[in-house]
Design a protein around this ligand. Structure first.
Ligand SMILES: Cc1cc2nc3c(=O)[nH]c(=O)nc-3n(C[C@H](O)[C@H](O)[C@H](O)COP(=O)(O)OP(=O)(O)OC[C@H]3O[C@@H](n4cnc5c(N)ncnc54)[C@H](O)[C@@H]3O)c2cc1C
Length: 478
């Protein structure tokens, strides 16, 4: 290490990607400091008492198939540092109306069996993906432009992944239950269901459900970033909280600075070549979320039995209803019956609420930066599938897009994926480059979910960014 540097690596931001990058650097023996603007670590992956004392809510992420399946996290001793996983009996239930519900079970066969005429097609869609899930995830959770290690499998995956959800459904499925189930999975893309590439979210989330489940960490999402922090400290890494970096001049001298921030923030902090800055300025953020955390005096009074055993519930009714709700996101309009994502962790983790009480995590997709209050619309939609829900509410914490961004500046305009997921931006994230983590300014890197492979708690953006730094160290570039 050069004596003029205080650290080999400084990481700005202690979200899952910042922590992953710091762990990777510290594992290789490099002195590493993490600076976090908030007084607590974890970014959009932490757990707090947001409503009433004794009710522990997930501030951001709640359901973690990507964290459990992550090639990097799987290589770390996170269980030794306090992380343990809980597996809901049913990963996902999607009620359609009072009589029909689609159910995603851990077992591919059991899920298919309940899909009537679509059983064979569903089996066929997921069978080889589930068999080869490790290698597929490895390929998928890195920059799209790379020499594939399993070209045939990737080609098979790509043929379907490049479709829109609408095309996938029209080509292969006819049962209302299958169509609704796939619509809900595809809606995680934050794209209209007619957008090419939205089917990739169906494939990844479906294969994860059947391969690793949709687990929740004991104690809440914060257990993941707490475990990463403990491990980092055990490796000699350092963390300072309550330090907001406004300019690169605030960062201690280091051979490499890795920013766990999005392009808009990077432009404000760093002085970058104007051509690169222009490219970052054209980066698109996509649609946002409006989130409500509930403290309840009992579990949600679902009509359908399956929902009582489901970790995650998608509310949105039929394929057509979900498609309509998601198609409105690009405009300033919104659907009366929105698509909702709910997580009910206290069905498996009694440590997160006082005895007999429950929490519920709910959000809906809304236009970027929307200042509309969606509370009424959300609660009417929950009441539709769980009559009497409203009467169980003890307290609620509403987070609008503006409030989300205030809590964590990476949630620009209330967006939670680090940038829009349309095809071009999945390839050029944040710009088209063989090493998208490296900026043109020597020693400056980006490691947030605005880099490949994008949003979700998996730490792979941080891992790949740190690897880019390590390669540059090796080549004597920094
Ligand atoms: C409501 C919501 C629900 C979600 N649900 C899920 C889910 O169920 N499953 C899932 O896998 N993913 C989910 N996600 C997405 C997931 O949380 C993110 O993709 C992930 O946290 C991104 O990690 P990151 O490290 O890139 O950024 P972040 O987690 O946003 O962390 C960035 C960190 O950098 C800090 N920071 C920013 N600017 C500065 C600065 N100038 N100086 C110092 N520090 C700074 C921030 O305070 C923050 O701590 C959800 C996110 C939200 C908000």
């Amino acid at each position: 290490m050069l004596s003029s540097h205080e650290y080999d690596a400084v990481v700005v931001g202690a979200g899952p990607n910042g922590l992953a990058a710091a762990v990777r650097m510290a594992q290789q023996g490099f002195s590493t400091l993490v600076l976090e603007q908030s007084t607590t670590i974890g970014g959009a992956c932490r757990t707090e008492q947001l409503t009433l004392p004794g009710f522990y809510h997930d501030v951001g992420s709640a359901v973690h198939p990507l964290a459990l399946g992550s090639p990097f996290f799987s290589s770390l001793p996170l269980e030794e540092h306090g992380l343990s996983w809980l597996h809901p009996t049913i990963p996902l239930a999607h009620p359609i109306d009072n009589t029909r519900v689609a159910t995603l079970y851990p077992s591919l066969e059991k899920t298919a069996l309940l899909l009537g005429r679509d059983a064979d097609h569903y089996n066929k869609l997921f069978r080889s993906l589930v068999t080869n899930w490790r290698s597929l995830l490895q390929e998928f959770l890195q920059p799209i432009i790379h020499p594939p290690q399993h070209p045939l499998r990737m080609a098979q995956f790509g043929r379907v992944a490049l479709l829109s959800v609408e095309q996938l459904v029209r080509k292969r499925f006819s049962e209302e239950t299958t169509k609704a189930l796939l619509a809900g999975l595809g809606a995680h893309s934050f794209l209209s269901l007619s957008t090419p590439g939205s089917a990739s979210f169906v494939l990844i989330l479906g294969l994860l459900a059947h391969a690793v489940g949709w687990p929740i960490p004991q104690g809440g999402a914060g257990a993941i970033t707490q475990a990463l922090t403990h491990y980092l400290l055990s490796l000699g890494g350092k963390i300072e909280t309550g330090v907001s970096i406004k300019s690169f001049r605030d960062v201690p001298r280091a051979r490499a600075v890795l920013y766990d921030v999005t392009p808009r923030q990077l432009i404000q902090i760093e002085s970058l070549p104007s051509s690169y800055q222009k490219k970052l300025e054209s980066f698109k953020y996509g649609s946002a979320v409006f989130k409500i955390d509930y403290a309840l005096d009992g579990s949600v009074p679902w009509i359908h039995e399956e929902c009582h055993s489901a970790g995650t519930v998608h509310l949105g009714g039929t394929f057509e209803e979900v498609a309509l709700a998601e198609s409105k996101l690009g405009s300033s309009q919104y659907a009366d019956r929105p698509f909702l994502l709910l997580s009910q962790p206290t069905l498996w983790d009694s440590s997160r609420a006082p005895a007999g009480r429950h929490i519920l995590w709910a959000y809906t997709h809304v236009p970027f930066g929307s200042d509309h209050d969606f509370t009424g619309i959300i609660e009417r939609q929950i009441d539709r599938f769980a009559p009497g829900f409203s009467k169980r509410i003890l307290a609620r914490r509403v987070s609008s897009p503006a409030q989300l961004e205030k809590m964590n500046p990476n949630l620009v305009g209330g967006t939670i994926t680090g940038g829009a997921n349309h095809l071009w931006q999945l390839i050029a994230r944040p710009t088209l480059s063989a090493v998208p983590y490296r900026t043109p300014k020597r020693g400056v890197y980006l490691c947030s979910s605005s880099t490949p492979p994008g949003g979700g708690v998996h730490g792979m953006c941080g891992f790949h960014a740190a690897n880019a730094v390590l390669r540059d160290f090796h080549r004597g570039l920094n």
